[in-house]
Write a protein that binds this ligand. Sequence first.
Ligand SMILES: [Zn+2]
Length: 465
Amino acid sequence: MNHQFLRPCLKGLILSLILSVSIPGDAAEPGEVHVATFAADVTIPIGHRCMGILPTKAKEIIDPLETRGLIITGVGKPVAIVAVDWCEIRNGAYDEWRDTIAKAASTTRERVMVCSLHQHDAPVCDREAQLLLDSVGMKKELYDPEFHAACLKRISAAVKDALTEKKPVTHLGLGETRVSGIASSRRVVLDDGSIAWSRYSASGGNEFHANAPDGPIDPNLKTITFFNGNQPLVMLHSYAVHPMSFYGRGGVSSDFVGLARRRMQREHPRVFQIYVSGCSGDVTAGKYNDATPASRELLTQRLFEAMEASWQSTQRQDLKQVEFRNATYDLPFHEADEFEPAALKKVLHDESAKEGDRILAAMSLSSLQRKERGQPLELPCLDLRDAQIILFPGESFVGYQLMAQEMRPDSFVMCIGYGECWPGYIPTKQAFEENFNHGWRWVGRGSEAILRPAMRKVLNVSDRN
Ligand SMILES: [Zn+2]
């Protein structure tokens, strides 16, 4: 999240932390591996809430929101990577997405790697949060469940159709390019040497924020291409940046990331294009963006050119092996008193409270219910031997992406952010120590210590070192 509508953050409760073992990997040899691709429209209707809590609801559709995915078969049960032009999918809604696609593709929930791209004039869906809002007369105030169900029906049909036309995968392409003029960290060093997290997604009009260095980012855009012989079938691009140029005015858009993807699709009509946002909780286009349509166009063109350069740099090699691994774990909940169930219920039921605060309270309670049920977070990883694709929860900071790459310096590690989104921001240990705080953070200190071993497990590090 990146907005001005949230209360500053608070203190609270820490629940117990459990790291469980990974599910054993299923390996496949080349010759058995196929890929299918699918797309479906998921544009919200006029009048739908954006970003969960924004006061201005959808007024016009500037460009459509899409779901674009690939399914790899021949790896034990199929594995899907599904990228959605939505802000966030959380809790029961996240399970509904994975279960729908798993059923359509004859696989299991954990093998469906669903991520949001995190555009902000786009919905946040959380099933139990909306049910809680229903109970206090706030129907459809977070999201419209009928619209949501219609999207899933379309996606299910698209997945089934796609699998009738799957194609063999014989080769893998790995490409990468350094990007300039898009990503910059929220973290800036002030003149007195202190750290501030004050650079937001449209701070380019502010002289200090425009001039401060990029800060800690991952400057590289990565592309993984699946080939049948010489024919590229699918390109999967990942870059770590919040995807907003401007938002909050009711203009629904896939924003510069979706627009760049469509430009790439027009350039390469025979190669299915998917873009995912990397781990970018603390990374936005803020240094380079002043929230004008001209900035949206400039960011679109720069990202499109980076995708093209990454594709041009692609090295094709034999597909040697495909394997899937997963880890489950729990993260501590926000430590503030305001995140205690009684306090949250009070806000939810308070008719004089701000609408956005009541919605946030419902989202918090939804996550607590999930934790009480003992439902863990996951860290799925598709391992292509020379490359790994790993899906992180929520707004994981870019530090996690950099850590994953450091854990496997011998390999091409592509990180995806915004999987299960209930945690909100997931700061690193350093970011907690530097007092990162925000109302869209649901996890507490200690998250890095839990995520690190899970990352090592799914990246298969322990066997090597
Ligand atoms: Zn965000």
